[in-house]
Write a protein that binds this ligand. Sequence first.
Ligand SMILES: [Zn+2]
Length: 396
Amino acid sequence: MESADGDDGAAYRKPAVDDRALCFAHIHDRYLDEELRGAAFEGRCAFCPEDARGPAQVVLVGRLADTVLFALSGYGCPADAPVEWPHGDSHKVPPDPAQAVAEACEPVLDTDVLKAVQDYIDRREWDGDPVAYMPRSSAVRDSWEGLCRTVAARDLDLPDSDPSPGSDRDRLESLMGRIAGIVRGENLVMRIEPGVKIWRGRMRSDKTLPGYRAADIGSVPPERAAENRMSRAGVPLFYGSAAAGTAVVEISARDGRPFAAVAAFETTRPLRLLDLVDIPEPPSLFDRRHAARRDSLVFLRDFARDLSRPVFYDGRKHRDYRPTQYLTDYFRQSAELDVDGIRFRSAHNGGVNYALFVDATQCLEPDAVDGQGTLRLIEGSERVEDLDRSHVTQAV
Ligand SMILES: [Zn+2]
């Protein structure tokens, strides 16, 4: 049996770390390409078809893996410190480098090369010589996640006062200030001129035209304003869509009645809006000069996606709405940003939605004159859509 142990020992020999090389045809990011050029040498690519493997500039798979991991660490440049929340930060999961590389490199490396990089990382782990990996922390994203966890763990309802240093309100202000800084830095405040149409609607059980007045279909008074993702109970917010079809999709998602009645308002004064519809594409992960901007844009995109989820009752606990409510409140109150609302994408059809800081007194009837209020119902815009038959009843 002793000799059998020896044979088993051979079977357990450590797998060799990948010593293959690849040419630059398999790398689809110009910054990653630049990072690797200095380590290139003339050799044969193990990933090109065999009949095309002439001498070429190549790099080792291991070198590629190390470079990607170094980029994921932010090229060794520490990010700003996040806002630390005293509770709720307890369950951070240790980072998995192979997983991180897969997420980061899926659009950047050919599939077989990506697989080789992941295998390289796994084999180093197996060899007891794991790759070094310390993911770059994004201050604003980490702070936001910390806030969300804290809110969930403590059912946190922050007081409006107590801005003393170290208080929760103080931490929140600090985080919001950073987010406002990103909004300014990316020029995400836009101005819309009077005359922009915004559609509102209600689900109905029959197809008769309801004959809406602004008072019926505009913002509800505070005592009827229900809680939702962007606003607390009692805080009116005017939700609408740039297209009638988007308004129908939004209201019908949570209501099984067969008819949707919609009507359009138009804006009666210029408005300044936080524009989360067209957030710029983040720079490449491998562009070391723009790592901080990348953090900001990735955060904003994630946040916009959070806001775009259905705004009405979706079965989640209300405290899950607190972070987005805080942030919306901050935008509403910020004298520095001075915005009248938020423009964002519908999660249902990718259309444009508005959440305006407009109460019922600002939603006027069709006979209101220019310069009054903020929104004016458009005479004759009302129509009823039959969701089963796509038939439209329209006022003339
Ligand atoms: Zn090749």
